[in-house]
Write a protein that binds this ligand. Structure first.
Ligand code: AP5
Length: 227
């Protein structure tokens, strides 16, 4: 059944560096929905030195998944940050394991809600390593740059807000390789879980950003009612 565009509930899954964050920003602008990235929330918590941040830090640095109990404790907060009952959302980086996917389904079922579409971004591991080694990120607004393909106007400085760009500790090759192993072992089964529910679509994420956005919107637009 068609839904109002600002009530859409979407999930982006894909390996590290496949463009989840980049496409999430496009989607929340186009459909006027909330955006939640568990990776961004966890990084912010480590920067602030919160209890969550202190517990999560070693897993982020190693490129391992943060244990489920910590993620489950965040679920209600994630939902509220994303817009909760008021609007739809795009989840970026969650769920990341079959147990997380089941917990999300139970949580939403308790609110008579479900996920409308899960978009799986697919990209070869070697392309990913090339993207992430050269990525620099703005710690304030989250904008990311590629040192060769899309560098900032002034080296090391965010074009949007002038903050000093950072090289994420997990964007070094050894950690990237572990993040990829973690993805293949623990996150890929999430795609099968949503395929079984009939809401999964796969997208080749090796094209330019705007082409991928077009592919995604061709899949999502038909779900939207005109009211
Ligand atoms: P998280 O922050 O979610 O990292 P990730 O999944 O590894 O994804 P990235 O943010 O690295 O990449 P992306 O797919 O968003 O790509 P982006 O758009 O930036 O998680 C980090 C860590 O947090 C995890 O390792 C784990 O420890 C923990 N964590 C998070 N969620 C968790 C959970 N639910 N459970 C347990 N632990 C959790 O693009 C990448 C680069 O490519 C950018 O430079 C971009 O400009 C460029 N780019 C994007 N699209 C294109 C394109 N089409 N062509 C060329 N370049 C492109």
């Amino acid at each position: 059944m068609p839904v109002a565009e600002n009530a859409l509930r979407l999930i982006l899954i894909g390996p590290p560096g496949s463009g989840k964050g980049t496409q999430a920003l496009q989607l929340c602008g186009r459909y006027n929905i909330g955006h939640v990235s568990t990776g961004d929330i966890l990084r912010r918590n480590t920067q602030k030195g919160t209890s969550l941040g202190k517990h999560a830090e070693e897993f982020l640095q190693a490129g391992d998944l943060v244990p489920d109990p910590l993620i489950f404790d965040m679920l209600e907060d994630l939902y509220n940050r994303a817009g909760g009952e008021q609007q739809g959302f795009v989840l970026d980086g969650f769920p990341r394991s079959e147990s997380q996917a089941r917990a999300l389904s139970d949580f939403l079922e308790g609110r008579s809600q479900s996920i409308h579409k899960v978009l799986l971004l697919q990209l070869d591991d070697d392309v990913i390593v090339g993207r992430l080694i050269h990525r620099r990120t703005c710690p304030k607004c989250g904008r990311s740059y590629h040192l060769q393909a899309s560098p900032p106007q002034q080296a090391g400085v965010c074009d949007s807000d002038g903050s000093t760009l950072v090289w994420r500790p997990d964007d070094h090759e050894e950690v990237i390789r572990n993040r990829l192993d973690t993805y293949h072992q623990q996150t890929q089964p999430v795609a099968a879980y949503y395929a079984q529910k009939g809401v999964l679509s796969s997208i080749d994420a090796s094209s330019p950003i705007s082409t991928i956005t077009e592919r995604i919107t061709r899949l999502v637009d038909p779900l939207v009612s005109s009211v």
